[in-house]
Design a protein around this ligand. Structure first.
Ligand SMILES: Cc1cc2nc3c(=O)[nH]c(=O)nc-3n(C[C@H](O)[C@H](O)[C@H](O)COP(=O)(O)OP(=O)(O)OC[C@H]3O[C@@H](n4cnc5c(N)ncnc54)[C@H](O)[C@@H]3O)c2cc1C
Length: 532
């Protein structure tokens, strides 16, 4: 029986875990799930333990499986949580759902999933497969590897911030990062997106009573979801040119509301992105992305209300501007920034500066040894916008020359440059399904190839002579034994001609008759005319 097709998945956040679960439903594929944190099934988004961090997508749209939309809701109900499909469950609960579902899939096929709690540092192609090298020097051999390393760690928004020492928190997601903030401390938050909201909610949940200023270039906060969804509008015709589409969006947003227009646009996000050329994509990033992000990646209504209340109470202020300088003071930090559109700089004092710019966007800044190794060896290249790996339409990673690596794939936010709308669960799960189909197909083709190779090694010849493998082995071993004995007799006959005079020739006659006479119906005649 040929060995199962082995898929090494690097990263066990949502993307890697979802792929492992879907592949486990297909026979003939073994999975090696490699996760550097040792925590499987949570990743950055669902690793939070703060109950104030809610999903930003309705629970009814967060099932792991596109073909079973009610899966998450049923899980919530079975565990005694609110199963409202229109609600926004805590992200920690969603992480528990991912872990439970992975454990359940594993229990159904324990021998097919191998968890490896180590970081991957290199992936090298081999003949017909890949080798994944791990941080402890060990290696995993597989037929294919899928990169699902997801969100990059944040990078400093200004050079020199590290000079602020313990007054600067470079990564708010790091364990116990926020424990350094005192209950009444004023804080300066760099960024005003979803990470800023996460940090404010975590501080408030902990009992913090201080004030926060969130500084970002445009000073835009993510919008909240509407509590009640309105019926969908007629579809937008996405085949229009971007400029015409933008005009239509503005008109429709005036006539109805931007929420409905965004929801419609979202359905065409990937198609629009795929149609745009490099220049249009670049323009979108420069001028549209900040606006897109705050309207597209909205917060749960409850979160929106908390943020609005904090703004009303003067505890959260959002400022638009760029950092100009910063210094450590006796109380903490003094930060000078240039407000957007104003000539005069502004100054703010805080006990600490927290980097809330979120996962790094530029992949070339990644410090992850695996990505660095792939780039250094030319086995992968960043997409033209440098926000992800360059991949083909099947998710195959393109090497430096733009050639698709046959057995190296990428998934989730790591493919954002190609698809853009591939960050949220409803989009990633569809990509996971397509990749599952493709890997399963690869596994079947490989299985046939291996079967074919085994077939020609072991079965083709016995079948050609009308025997099974066992029957053929018995005949061949018998012939071998007779030839060996006859050979020994011939040696002895050579030494002592009187001994074994006819043993060799008789053995040959017998074997010839047995091997050919029977099959071909031949009767051979010896030199003296006797029938053999
Ligand atoms: C804070 C936050 C909240 C979000 N909330 C929502 C939401 O409510 N709804 C929604 O639909 N989407 C949400 N998203 C979108 C989110 O990006 C995806 O849902 C999902 O987290 C992407 O999963 P991933 O597995 O690709 O990446 P990640 O979650 O980043 O997981 C990657 C995993 O790979 C591991 N890893 C990295 N490098 C290596 C290596 N070299 N070797 C081994 N392991 C490695 C990491 O430790 C990590 O566990 C949110 C995103 C963030 C950041």
């Amino acid at each position: 029986v040929p060995a199962a097709f082995r898929v090494a998945i690097v990263g066990a956040g949502f993307s890697g875990s979802a792929l492992a679960m879907q592949l486990l439903k297909r026979p003939g594929v073994d999975i090696i799930l490699i996760e550097k944190s040792g925590v499987f099934g949570r990743g950055l988004a669902y690793g939070t333990t703060c109950p104030a961090h809610l999903l930003n997508v309705r629970s009814g749209n967060m099932s792991l499986f596109p073909s079973d939309g009610g899966h998450f809701i049923r899980w919530l109900a079975a565990r005694g949580h609110d199963p409202d499909p229109e609600g926004y469950a805590p992200r920690a609960l969603y992480g528990a759902y991912l872990q439970d579902s992975l454990a359940e899939a594993e229990a159904a096929a324990p021998e097919r999933l191998h968890r490896v709690s180590r970081g991957a540092v290199a992936i090298e192609p081999t003949t017909g497969g890949v080798v994944v090298r791990l941080e402890d020097g060990s290696r995993v051999e597989a037929d294919a590897a899928v990169l699902a390393t997801g969100n990059l760690p944040p990078v400093d928004p200004a050079r020199g911030l590290q000079r602020l020492g313990d007054r600067y928190l470079p990564d708010p997601w790091a364990e116990r990062a926020l424990s350094r903030i005192g209950d009444d401390d004023p804080v300066a938050l760099i960024g005003s997106g979803l990470t800023t909201i996460d940090v404010v909610l975590a501080l408030v949940h902990r009992g913090w009573r201080g004030r926060a200023v969130a500084l970002s270039r445009r000073g835009l906060l993510p919008r909240p979801h509407a509590r009640v969804r309105k019926p969908a509008l007629g579809a937008l015709p996405p085949e229009q040119r971007p400029s015409e589409l933008l005009r239509m969006i503005r008109r429709r947003a005036k006539d109805t509301s931007w929420v409905e227009v965004m929801d419609q646009l979202r359905l065409h996000g990937q198609a629009l992105w795929l149609r745009a050329d490099a220049a249009e994509r670049g323009r979108f990033l420069r001028h549209g992305r900040a606006w897109w992000d705050v309207h597209r990646h909205r917060t749960a209504p409850d979160v929106g209300e908390t943020i609005e209340r904090l703004e009303r109470e003067g505890r959260l202020t959002v400022a638009a501007g760029r950092i100009a300088s910063f210094d450590r003071t006796a109380e903490g930090v003094a930060l000078v920034y240039r407000p957007r559109g104003a000539a005069e700089p502004a100054r703010l004092e805080a006990a600490a500066v927290i980097n809330c710019t979120g996962p790094a966007f530029d992949l070339t800044q990644a410090v992850d040894p695996l990505l660095r190794d792939l780039f250094a060896r030319g086995a992968a290249r960043p997409d033209p916008l440098r926000c992800s790996l360059d991949v083909d339409e099947h998710g195959r990673v393109l090497d430096l020359a733009g050639v698709a690596q046959p057995r190296l794939f990428a998934l989730g936010p790591l493919t954002r440059g190609r698809l853009w709308e591939i960050v949220a669960v409803p989009d990633i799960r569809l990509q996971v399904s397509a990749m599952t189909d493709m890997l399963h197909e690869e596994a079947r083709a490989e299985d046939q190839r291996r079967q074919g190779a085994l077939d020609s090694l072991f079965l083709r010849h016995p079948r050609a002579v009308g025997e099974t493998y066992g029957q053929h082995m018995k005949v061949a071993f018998g012939v071998g034994a007779q030839l060996t004995l006859a050979g020994l007799a011939c040696f002895a006959h050579g030494l002592v001609p009187a001994a074994f005079e006819k043993t060799g020739s008789n053995a040959i006659k017998r074997l010839h008759h047995r091997l050919f006479g029977r099959h071909a119906g031949l009767t051979l005649t010896g030199r003296d005319g006797d029938a053999i």
